[in-house]
Design a protein around this ligand. Structure first.
Ligand SMILES: Nc1ncnc2c1ncn2[C@@H]1O[C@H](COP(=O)(O)OP(=O)(O)OP(=O)(O)O)[C@@H](O)[C@H]1O
Ligand SMILES: [Mg+2]
Length: 293
């Protein structure tokens, strides 16, 4: 099989995994393998998982490792092709018409074109990584449109012509799985479900991402967050919450708060929902990290 130039220098999944560590992203074997295969096969990588497990960050880290600029298309309810592809700058067109007086103005010149993420990526496929973030927020119609885009990497601009990518861009899609994605879209991608990291990995992530946090603090916070995730919470803490809770408690501790009081006082960094707090209130002391550092 031909290994594509896009992963030159990363001969196998462990090599990609090591490169990601250098970019401060700690991927487990399964994620590194899925990402490697997506790159090697020239297919989009589809990452699904709960909020805060590191989907968006994985795409950014991949961009860093590949030396590519990450172009992000943030999906939302009601997003349409205009927001994703290109728009014409009407105010600027109007101004040009007014300034031109009797003279001819080409209203569809490059100057008036507002490139949106898909067009940007298509025009620079060698230097960019296209991140289509939270695709589950978009509606089915937009998903069908994306499927077409991912099939032929062509955009037709009626006023100026067709733009075709000289090569397939690197594409990462993420979804929080608030709804099922279309079968055809999944089939086009290499799929990976990102789970919460196991405790050892999450403690390493905390040590990597937080400023200065003692190992014992990182480990206690990870254990507590694990207990919180086992509760039926509306908003279970993600990895970012684990990192920030360790940092926040360390800060309060440095200012004199004792353990586990430092964790209790900084709980708002980990639990961000009023009903969840109310639900936890009488049992919080059994869940809070114990002695740390
Ligand atoms: N494997 C990891 N290595 C290093 N940092 C990580 C890892 N996973 C998560 N993080 C940290 O957690 C933060 C949140 O991750 P991210 O925003 O990518 O989550 P997400 O899955 O995209 O969440 P959402 O669904 O809410 O968008 C990151 O900014 C990073 O600090
Ligand atoms: Mg995200």
């Amino acid at each position: 099989m031909v290994v594509r130039p896009v992963i030159a220098g990363m001969k196998d999944p462990p090599a990609l995994q090591r490169a990601l560590v250098d970019a401060q992203y700690l991927a487990d074997d399964a994620l590194a393998t899925a990402a490697y295969l997506a790159l090697a096969l020239g297919k989009p990588l589809l990452l699904e998982g709960a909020p805060g497990v590191g989907k968006t960050e994985a795409a950014k880290a991949l961009g860093g490792v590949l030396g590519r600029q990450v172009i992000r298309l943030q999906c939302f309810e009601g997003i349409d092709a205009g927001a994703a592809l290109y728009e014409w700058n009407y105010p600027r067109q109007m101004l040009a018409i007014r300034q031109a007086g009797e003279d001819y103005v080409n209203l569809y010149a490059e100057d008036f074109l507002l490139e949106r993420p898909l067009l940007q990526a298509l025009r620079n496929p060698k230097d960019t990584l296209l991140l289509i973030d939270e695709i589950d927020r978009a509606d089915h119609e937009f998903e069908a449109f994306l499927l077409e885009f991912l099939s032929d990497f062509t955009i037709s601009i009626p006023e100026t012509g067709t733009v075709r990518a000289t090569q397939a861009p690197v594409v990462v899609l993420t979804s929080n799985r608030t709804r099922d994605l279309h079968e055809a879209l999944r089939r086009r991608c290499v799929y990976h479900w990102i789970d919460y990291p196991d405790p050892a990995l999450e403690a390493r992530i905390v040590m990597t991402r937080a400023g200065t946090v003692a190992r014992a603090t990182a480990e206690s916070v990870v254990a507590s967050v694990g207990l919180l995730r086992a509760e039926p919470l509306a908003k279970p803490p993600g990895v970012a919450e684990t990192v920030e809770w360790a940092e926040a408690a360390t800060l309060l501790n440095a200012q004199g708060a004792r353990w586990p009081e430092a964790f209790r006082r900084s709980i708002g960094v980990a639990i961000k929902d009023h009903d969840d707090m109310a639900y936890l209130s009488d049992r919080l002391s059994t869940i809070l990290p114990g002695e740390a550092a």
